[in-house]
Design a protein around this ligand. Structure first.
Ligand SMILES: *Cc1c(COP(=O)(O)O)cnc(C)c1O
Length: 490
């Protein structure tokens, strides 16, 4: 008998709303407890093979009990995240999220608005948030902007606009098939990998990205930029874009933006800034001078989910000239056509400013957290993180077992445990083991990088939960572990 004949109809809504309501309240309470007690747990817990195997099971065929499903999540997943919500997590560049941000995510998921297009209030929330973003970064109010999944996507969008505008042919029609000259982009060795990936994806190819050396402060060398452009022109190539870094991923350095703008103007280049986390320093009244003049750029990409502590994922790209942005991405076939009234009205749709069509209600968590904290609180938090980096610098310089490996400019600190009797090769091994033990013991989570051939412990401080005592604790543990490893070697 078919289901139609049996008069049965199906839905995903619960048969018993009270059960789900109770379970939902339990989940919420558990998550509040989880966040409130984060400091008492290890930063990170290693994942055993047994735990991975424990997850393996056949594709579910029949419905399972919700209480049991949630219990499995609580037992098998919840305690074993990356740990970046912990006060002593400073690895890579990760965000801590926030309690109110989590609630916004729940509300956005409940509404389940597809913000790619159509007429609805979430779209206007996004407009409001983008106006605030432009104001925060001191870009003109008539600039264009959009929210993206992350700064990788934000960089990709900006570098595409640069390509389409500067190539000299209609790239959207012609593609890169018949270009008389290769299109050349410029940046420094301090760039983030997302820049190279973007150029690989949009058909430029990494060979056409000139990756130029940096000076002692990890800033792009302007004389090298100029001579590289001259040499490309002499070789019949077409220089089109320079990518400046505000907050390099390795050391937090900030390029000379005035100098780069001046060269970009002279050679008619687009100037893009990858400001993934560094751009947020503009929110600190005390330290905003460290990232001054970002609004000289034609485009700026930055993350909300790193140094603005918002839940993953959300980022932003600002394009100074609105039409440059729109002309690269707007495409409205019949099924997306605009109406003057009804659900398909509402003027420009978010999908006309990026790649995604369907997209989540990114703006709600941004709107919630900007209102919850205001620029005042954000200013205090950003200032605090920068001053924590300077505090780390002091702890390092006052201890002869620690060595600073790169200048501290914003919120990134690179250093290592050191011993005058050990050559670099052995110090590299020792620091690598030290870092792994620090992480495996759940004590603290810096990450690592290599500075001039030296293995560096690297802290990128984008954490609103860190206290000064966390840095004291971590430095003490690093000395303890380093001493122990040296002792074991002897
Ligand atoms: C993290 C980062 C990116 C990429 O941003 P996602 O949000 O991870 O996609 C790009 N540039 C820099 C400097 C970064 O730190």
């Amino acid at each position: 008998m078919s289901d139609l004949e049996s008069n049965k109809e199906f839905t995903l809504d619960p048969d018993n709303w009270d059960d789900v309501r109770n379970l939902g309240h339990q989940m919420l309470d558990d998550m509040f407890d989880f966040l409130q007690s984060v400091r008492d747990r290890p930063v990170w817990v290693p994942i055993t093979d047994e735990m991975k195997q424990n997850l393996e099971e056949p594709l579910p065929t029949s419905p399972q009990d919700r209480v049991q499903i949630y219990k499995e999540f609580k037992d098998k997943v919840l305690p074993y995240g990356t740990g970046q919500i912990h006060p002593r997590f400073w690895g890579w560049v990760n965000g801590t999220g926030s309690v109110f941000g989590m609630l916004a995510e729940m509300l956005a998921a409940g509404m389940n608005t597809n913000t790619g297009g159509r007429e609805h209030m979430p779209k206007y929330f996004e407009h409001q948030v983008l106006s605030w973003a432009k104001e925060m970064m001191e870009f003109p109010a008539d600039a264009s902007a959009t929210l993206t999944s992350g700064c990788s996507m934000a960089n990709l969008i900006a570098l595409t606009v640069a390509r389409n505008l500067k190539a000299g042919v209609d790239i959207r029609k012609e593609g890169l098939q018949n270009l008389p000259k290769n299109l050349i982009y410029y940046t420094s060795t301090a760039m983030h990998s997302s820049i190279q990936k973007a150029l690989e994806i949009i058909g430029i190819g990494s060979n056409q990205l000139r990756v130029l050396d940096v000076d002692a402060n990890y800033n792009l060398k302007l004389d090298l930029l100029e001579s590289a452009i001259e040499s490309d022109l002499a070789n019949n190539q077409l220089p089109i874009c320079v990518i400046a870094n505000v907050g390099t991923v390795n050391t937090g350095a900030v390029d000379n933006l005035i100098g780069i703008r001046e060269i970009a103007d002279r050679y008619n280049l687009w100037m893009h800034i990858d400001g993934a986390f560094g751009a947020i320093a503009n929110l600190s009244p005390k330290y905003k001078h460290l990232v001054a003049n970002m609004n000289l750029a034609d485009s700026l990409a930055f993350d909300f989910h790193k140094w603005m502590y918002m839940p993953y994922t959300v980022a932003c790209v600002i394009i100074k000239k609105h039409d440059d942005h729109l002309n690269s991405f707007s495409l409205r076939p019949a099924y997306l056509a605009e109406a003057t009234r009804g659900l398909a009205s509402g003027g420009r749709w978010p999908t006309e400013y990026g790649i995604q069509l369907s997209r989540t209600f990114y703006a709600l968590k941004v709107w919630f957290m900007l209102k919850e904290n205001g620029m005042e609180k954000y200013g205090q938090l950003i200032t605090q993180n920068i001053e924590q980096a300077r505090y780390m610098q002091k702890l390092i310089s006052s201890n002869n077992k620690l060595e600073q490996l790169a200048p501290v400019y914003l919120n990134v600190v690179c250093f290592r445990y050191t011993d005058p009797n050990l050559p670099d090769s052995q110090l590299n091994e020792l620091n690598e083991e030290l870092l792994i033990q620090l992480q495996e013991n759940g004590l603290a989570a810096p990450s690592n990088t290599t500075i001039n051939g030296k293995f560096a412990l690297r802290m990128a401080i984008t954490n609103h939960r860190s206290r000064y005592e966390d840095f004291d604790f971590t430095v003490n543990k690093i000395i303890e572990l380093g001493d122990k490893l040296i002792h074991e070697k002897r």
